[in-house]
Ligand binder design. Structure first.
Ligand code: C2E
Ligand code: MG
Ligand code: MG
Ligand code: MG
Length: 282
């Protein structure tokens, strides 16, 4: 971990610095003030249980409302936030805001929803992670089982023994663990078996082409079978078509997320959309 921490930020000042690095410095300056100027937002994408079950909750996804550049997605700044160390305070804000929002939904009667928050590898390696998570839960009086932390497979695989320890501490809090972008890392079955996880999210890359007989279709049904064996909930991400949804339901996948059923939405729209779906389902 020390190696990673030591690298933070210094990338920008290496001799290989080029025009792109100047560009990055500009972004870094903007990123430094973004938190205090309250430029971050969370949008929420629903997770639905299959075959046509109810909403299980939502994944919180970070957006940056930049004063000149407009709405910026996480792929454009998370890397920089990680390299500069800013992901630590930004990630703490995300956790706090997501817990606040979930508590509000809980008081509105959506007590069985879970809120999922993405953790970066840098947060995951931070020795203060547990305090930050516990603090957010306590501040908003959120029961730990209402929170899920999503960690990518590659993060969970990095330094496996240390990861297992951290995951176990999270699980001991009563918070659920989801392994994100599953299939893109290199988990061994032995390691997977030891993981104190509740959920695997099949990476979008495997969901794109689920026509009969494709390799991806075979991989996805194998992951679903694995989930059944290891007692893990399987969620498919990036579901955009009816056909994909039908395939996933037919192989017994537990849940899905994707543009077909719900895009990431601002909290008001999220609640309104969920209420309308509930009404039309009743
Ligand atoms: P992820 O956690 O795997 O999230 C799924 C991404 O796929 C989201 O992109 C979501 O908007 C997008 N998506 C959902 N359904 C569909 C679909 O049907 N089709 C397509 N093409 N895309 C879909 P987003 O919001 O841009 O986030 C990208 C990544 O950034 C996330 O991947 C996650 O790794 C990271 N991220 C987002 N929010 C946070 C955060 O608060 N903290 C950290 N550390 N990382 C975050
Ligand atoms: Mg995620
Ligand atoms: Mg994912
Ligand atoms: Mg992804």
């Amino acid at each position: 971990h020390t190696k990673r921490a030591g690298r933070n930020g210094y990338n920008f000042f290496e001799p290989s610095m080029n025009a792109n690095a100047h560009h990055q410095l500009q972004w870094l300056q903007d990123l430094r003030v973004a938190l205090e100027r309250k430029q971050f937002r969370l949008v929420y994408q629903p997770k639905f249980s299959l075959p046509d079950g109810p909403v299980l909750g939502a994944e919180a996804l970070l957006r940056w409302q930049h004063p000149e550049r407009g709405l910026v997605g996480p792929d454009e700044f998370i890397g920089l936030a990680e390299r500069s160390g800013l992901i630590i305070p930004i990630g703490a804000w995300v956790l706090d805001e997501a817990c606040r929002q979930m508590h509000e939904w809980l008081t509105l009667g959506y007590a069985d929803w879970k809120i999922a928050v993405n953790l970066s590898a840098v947060q995951f390696a931070d020795p203060h992670l547990l305090e930050v998570v516990r603090g957010a839960l306590e501040r908003h009086q959120l029961p730990p089982q209402s929170l899920t932390l999503e960690v990518t497979e590659s993060t969970a695989m990095h330094d496996t023994e240390a990861s297992l320890l951290t995951l176990q501490k999270i699980a001991d809090l009563g918070v659920e663990i989801s392994i994100d972008d599953f299939g893109t890392g290199y988990s061994s079955l032995l390691y997977l078996k030891r993981l104190p996880a509740n959920e695997l999210k099949i990476d979008r890359g495997f969901v794109r082409d689920l026509s009969d007989g494709t390799e991806d279709a075979a991989i996805v049904s194998a992951i679903v079978a694995l989930g059944r064996t290891l007692n893990l909930r399987i969620v498919a991400e990036g579901v955009e078509t009816e056909r994909q949804q039908q395939f996933l339901a037919s192989v017994g996948c537990d849940a899905l997320q994707g543009y077909l059923r719900g895009r990431p939405m601002a909290p008001d729209l999220f609640l309104q959309t969920m209420r309308e779906q509930h009404k039309s389902a009743a």
